[in-house]
Design a protein around this ligand. Structure first.
Ligand code: 5GP
Length: 217
């Protein structure tokens, strides 16, 4: 039988996890390991941190620019987090389709639930939650990176606790133990591989003609 290639980029891979859970590091390693993955660039009203680049790390917008996008219905999802707004522009998913890649959304829980509630056809979502080793380690990581004021840090820790309570809405969880980023990366690679092998009606439509068979009865 001839080799049959069925891979079609149709995944919107949502990755959430408390601030400090190591999401960004894991996602960075994931994208470097697989050129068929593309990280969506979110829009935010948060101010850039040192070394963050506009259009690369985020589309940094003013509050009024963000509101204009809301009014124009440009967002696939958006949410308030702390004192700022974050959102995924619909154009990010369209771009992934053009470059034939699966899209990763690194977003917080309220946005993830909006994605869950939508029919994203012709794409489909898979929701993954990254769990930090403990809240004590989470706090230590946040303090070490020194990007937030004490008040912002406390807010992020409070949000972290409320986010973990929403894990039931996700499809998969992944632990991110200390000093073992590669374990988390491998767990997510396995999830993506499984999702790419999922049998659904679209796959049947593709595979039957390739195999030269018609549905019987
Ligand atoms: P940070 O300020 O640390 O970059 O991000 C704060 C939180 O906002 C993180 O949990 C991050 O995953 C989330 N976030 C980043 N981009 C988006 C987005 O486009 N939509 C939503 N809902 N959350 C986002």
């Amino acid at each position: 039988m001839a080799n049959i290639h069925l891979y079609r980029p149709d995944l919107v891979i949502v990755i959430s996890g408390p601030s400090g859970s190591g999401k960004s590091t894991v996602i960075d390693a994931l994208c470097k390991s697989d050129e068929t993955l593309r990280l969506s660039v979110s829009a935010t009203t948060r101010k850039p941190r040192p070394r963050e680049v506009d259009g690369v790390d985020y589309h940094f917008l003013s509050k009024s620019e963000f509101e204009t996008h809301i009014q124009q219905d440009d967002f696939l999802e958006w949410a308030e987090y702390g004192d700022n707004c974050y959102g995924t522009l619909k154009s990010e998913i369209a771009t992934a389709g053009e470059v034939k890649k699966d899209t990763i959304l690194e977003i917080e829980v309220k946005g993830a639930l909006q994605i869950r509630a939508q029919d994203l056809s012709p794409t489909r979502s898979v929701l993954i939650f990254i769990i930090p080793p403990s809240f004590a380690i989470l706090e230590k990581r946040l303090r070490c990176r020194k990007t937030e004021s004490e008040m912002e840090l406390k807010k992020r820790l409070a949000i972290a606790k409320s986010e973990v309570l929403e894990i039931e809405h996700y499809d998969y969880w992944v632990s991110n133990p200390q000093n073992a980023i590669q374990d988390a990366v491998q767990q997510i690679q396995a999830i993506i591989a499984a999702e790419r092998s999922r049998i659904d009606s679209k796959l049947i439509e593709t595979i039957n003609p390739l195999l030269g068979v018609d549905k019987v009865n």
